[in-house]
Ligand binder design. Structure first.
Ligand SMILES: [Zn+2]
Length: 238
């Protein structure tokens, strides 16, 4: 029996392999692993606040207080924490709808300047040591609170949310985690995403990016850091 020649088949296989490599879908842009750095962003953090990627590497410079800060009291809260005016209508709507569901929220923290974040971080270092502080708090310039669009929420009359095992297991926390995106807020540091967000789970920390972007991030099912890397990767100052 004549031995079939393999050469044409091998040529065909090689051709198919190279074709499929050339036409394979591009690999999904994944977020880089968490690392500690101090890369200053080249960004308009006021006008373009929603697309500012802040993590353990990228940070803002020491920026002046935004000129449009208003008290969260204007959204019906009982405290005088500050947020940028662009946040206030959605923050009020969120609070009112929570209240209509029988849930009372309070703001634990909102705008924090570069200098104030330095104090906050130093406080966590004192309490937990440097390594653990970096898991639960941002170094100055790296905090979303410097944007004036991030808030920490808690149950009215309750303890600081980080003093609970999981605020999302309280009725207030569960409601906010479930509904915040409808009001333009994203949960920046979801449970189980520590390797991609670079911070421990924070069920109380929400950043306002507007309803359209919040819906897109929610639908994508990825943390904001991942979504921003995929759509608006950070640009460092030259
Ligand atoms: Zn926060």
């Amino acid at each position: 029996m004549r031995r079939p020649t393999l050469v044409p088949w091998l040529v065909l296989l090689a051709t198919l392999a190279s074709w499929s490599l050339a036409h394979a879908p591009p690999e999904r842009t994944e977020v880089p692993p968490c690392a500690y750095g101090d890369v200053v962003l080249d960004v308009d953090h006021l006008q373009g606040h929603a697309l500012v990627l802040l993590d353990t590497t990228y940070r803002l410079p020491d920026t002046p207080d935004p000129s449009d800060l208003v008290r969260v009291r204007e959204a019906g809260f009982a405290s005088d924490h500050l947020v940028r005016a662009v946040v206030i209508d959605d923050l009020r709507a969120l609070r009112e709808d929570a209240e209509a569901a029988g849930l009372a929220l309070e703001v634990q923290s909102a705008y924090r300047s570069f200098a104030y974040q330095r104090q906050v971080f130093a406080g966590w270092v004192e309490r937990l040591g440097e390594a653990q502080a970096r898991r639960v708090s941002a170094r100055p310039g790296h905090s979303e609170h410097q944007l004036g669009t991030a808030i920490d929420l808690r149950t009215a009359g309750g303890p600081a949310p980080w003093d609970l095992a999981d605020w999302a297991r309280t009725p207030e926390g569960a409601w906010v985690v479930q509904h915040a995106h409808r009001y333009g807020f994203v949960l920046s540091y979801p449970a189980g995403e520590e390797a991609r967000t670079c911070y421990d789970y924070e069920p109380w920390h929400f950043r306002w990016v507007g309803r359209e972007l919040a819906a897109a991030v929610h639908d994508a099912g990825v943390p904001l850091r991942v979504w921003l890397w995929q759509h608006h990767p950070p640009q460092a100052l030259p």
